[in-house]
Design a binder for this molecule. Structure first.
Ligand SMILES: [Ca+2]
Ligand SMILES: [Ca+2]
Length: 274
């Protein structure tokens, strides 16, 4: 109906434009119809404007939708990246835990190794001390020999038992024997070997005794006889001595020995340190 009115009015207007006459002037168009045509024209213009606006709105809507799609795609990409990052983070955390476990195991092994090392060092120090002790033992040298001395005359007898002082020192390694007292003093604990020999002229009596501290250990004896001649005798002994023990030879009160640098001697040496 509207399109019919518009067409009618359009033809009327076209006729009017052809003739150059206005409706009011010609009187062929009624006033209410013209108002209607004007309103219709106004509505048509308004409709065109609305169409344009609607087109613009549709265009903007499509643009907004496209932007929304792009935003969704970017969001999906971000989420994907986030998931990938989380996965990598979890993997890294797992590796970190594994590394920490290995580190703890290594620390445990290191502590065990340190304990073994300390034990080895302790054993090494003990071994070194033992070696040092053995080396000290090996380097301890004790040996002596001494003769009674004199110009070749009889020595004794005396009214009492005396300690023989062997004044002529032949050897005295370690200086354990004293030519001033006739006494040997053990510088270290160990096994020692001692000998003593005497010479007596003809029928004279000999009576020698080797002492360890105050204890007589071994003796050598020669009886007196008018038919006997010179004799040489002696004795020997191994002794277990502690440091400071003393060894010496004493002669009985009714005996004598021959005194010079060759016959009557006292000797000893350290066999093994203990
Ligand atoms: Ca004799
Ligand atoms: Ca004899």
């Amino acid at each position: 109906m509207i399109w019919f009115v518009l067409l009618f009015c359009g033809l009327a207007l076209a006729q009017d434009e052809t003739t150059g006459l206005s409706f009011s002037d010609s009187g062929r168009c009624r006033t209410d119809m013209c108002d209607l045509v004007k309103k219709v024209n106004l509505m048509s213009e308004t409709l065109d404007v609305m169409k344009i606006r609607m087109n613009d709105s549709e265009t903007k809507l499509r643009e907004s939708e496209e932007k929304l799609k792009e935003t969704e795609i970017m969001l999906q990409m971000s989420e994907t990246k986030h998931q990938a990052t989380e996965s990598r983070l979890q993997a890294s955390e797992t590796k970190l835990q594994a590394t920490e476990s290995r580190l703890q195991a290594s620390e445990t092994k290191l502590q065990a190794t340190e304990s073994r090392l300390q034990a080895s060092e302790s054993q090494l120090r003990n071994s070194e001390n033992q070696i040092r002790g053995l080396m000290n033992k090996e380097t301890t040298r004790v040996a002596f020999s001494a003769a009674l001395g004199g110009s070749g005359e009889n020595f004794g007898p005396f009214n009492t038992e005396i300690t023989l002082i062997y004044k002529t020192v032949i050897t005295n390694i370690g200086s354990a024997y004293s030519s001033a007292t006739g006494i040997f003093t053990a510088p270290v604990a160990g096994v020692y070997y001692f000998t003593f020999f005497y010479n007596t002229e003809k029928n004279q009596k000999a009576n020698l005794k080797l002492y360890k501290n105050s204890e007589r250990i071994v003796s050598a004896y020669e009886i007196s006889s008018d038919t006997d001649r010179d004799d040489t005798g002696g004795n020997a002994v191994f002794l277990r001595l502690y440091q400071g023990d003393q060894v010496y030879v004493r002669m009985g009160d009714d005996a004598h020995v021959y005194g010079n640098d060759y016959y009557t001697t006292f000797s000893g040496f350290l066999v093994s340190q203990m």
